[in-house]
Structure formats: C-alpha cells, structure tokens
Design a protein around this ligand. Structure first.
Ligand code: 5GP
Length: 204
C-alpha cells in the first residue's frame, strides 16, 4: 500500500500544512489558533535529530531522535516525508504514525513543516490545506531570531538564507498569512480554516 493509498483511505479528517520561515512567529500564532478554534485540530509531532531548546518537551514539541534512530526509521519507511532542513546535519520528518490514525479519527491534522516537506506531502495528498505564514519583512525576521537567542549568528544567517528561498516558493501554498501583528494573523488563520469546515455556510 502506498502512502497516498493510506492517506486516501483516511479521508474523514483533513490535513493542514503550515509553513513559513523559522522565527516568523508561526508557533506563537498557531498556539493561539489551537486555543481559539472550535475545529478538531491536532498536531502531528515531527521527529528531529536537533537537540531540544530550553523549555521544549519530548513528545510535545518534537520526538527527539538520535541520528541513527532517525535513519533506521527512514529506512523502514516510517516517514511520510523527511529532510535535512537547514543543510546543517539536522533532520526533520513527519511520522506516518502521527498522521494516519488521527485522520481516521476525523481530526484535522496540522503539520508544521518546511517547503520541501510540503512539496513531498502534496505529491501524495494534493487536497491538503496549505498555508504560508510570513513575516512582514526579513529584517523583522532577523530581529526576532536574534532576540530569541537560541542560535549562533552563523545559524541565524543560514536560517535567513533559507527564509529568502522559502519566500520564493510561496506560490505553492493556497493561502498566505502575513504576521505583522499577532492578533490579526490569528484571526486570519482561523477564518481560512473555518472556510474548509463542511458545517460552515461558506465552505469552499
Ligand atoms: P525548528 O528547528 O525551528 O523547530 O524548525 C526548523 C524548521 O523545520 C521549521 O521551518 C519547520 O517548519 C521545519 N520542520 C519541522 N518539522 C518538520 C518536518 O517534520 N518535516 C519537514 N520537512 N520540516 C519540518
């Protein structure tokens, strides 16, 4: 059975893909959307080989795996998609086990993944609801990353370079939310999702 068969058999839920440069405030906006929305949104917790940041929790933010365990899972076909995201040796991937059972249960499964990952998932699941959250401008992004203080200057430069590239791929997404102001971005994102709710009057 292919990934696409597995996903297509599980159509009772919806797949939502959110991307956007790291540091664009995506996580803050999403946390608020999860709290405010009436929809059955569920995170897909990705696997990563990067070390946890202070305050991050295993099984909530990510499943933190060693490089070897990650590659074993990759070889076994446990991932829908996985990539070395910043070309710096850290791998990230969406586990099938995080997605298929939740879709079957009717949940809206939310993937917070990069542009390459989105392309890979869309190959199998073209109906996914794709949303790109972007900062007002890249200077703002650099400022946010520096204020967070969890990366070195070299890592920040690399992330900004990836962000520039990612912004060029914005056209593969069905929706774009500009995060200039958090409250507005939260409302915009909730409105987009509500439009896909079959119980809602103006669903597409
Ligand atoms: P961070 O290290 O800041 O948590 O995440 C870095 C980047 O990795 C973000 O742009 C995020 O969207 C991406 N990412 C997180 N999980 C996954 C995943 O499972 N697959 C892919 N392709 N990208 C991911």
């Amino acid at each position: 059975m292919t990934i696409s068969d597995e996903l297509e058999n599980d159509q009772s839920g919806k797949l939502v893909i959110i991307s956007g440069p790291s540091g664009a405030g995506k996580s803050t906006v999403l946390a608020r959307v999860f709290r405010n929305s009436q929809l059955p949104l569920r995170w897909s917790v990705s696997a990563t080989t990067r070390a946890p940041r202070p305050g991050e929790i295993e099984g909530e933010d990510y499943h933190y795996l060693s490089y070897d365990t990650f590659q074993e899972k990759r070889a076994r076909g446990d991932f829908i998609e996985c990539f070395e995201v910043f070309g710096g040796g850290d791998w990230y991937g969406t586990l099938k086990s995080e997605v298929a059972p939740r879709l079957t249960g009717g949940d809206w499964v939310v993937l917070e993944i990069d542009v390459e990952g989105t392309r890979a998932v869309l190959d199998h699941y073209p109906d996914a609801i794709t949303i790109f959250v972007r900062p007002g401008n890249l200077e703002q992004l650099g400022e946010r990353l520096r204020a967070r203080g969890t990366e070195t200057e070299a890592q920040i430069e690399r992330r900004l370079e990836v962000a520039r590239k990612e912004m060029e791929s914005v056209s593969i997404y069905r929706h774009v939310v500009v995060n200039n102001e958090i409250d507005t971005a939260v409302v915009d994102l909730c409105r987009i999702l509500d439009r896909y709710d079959s119980d809602s009057v103006d669903s597409p």
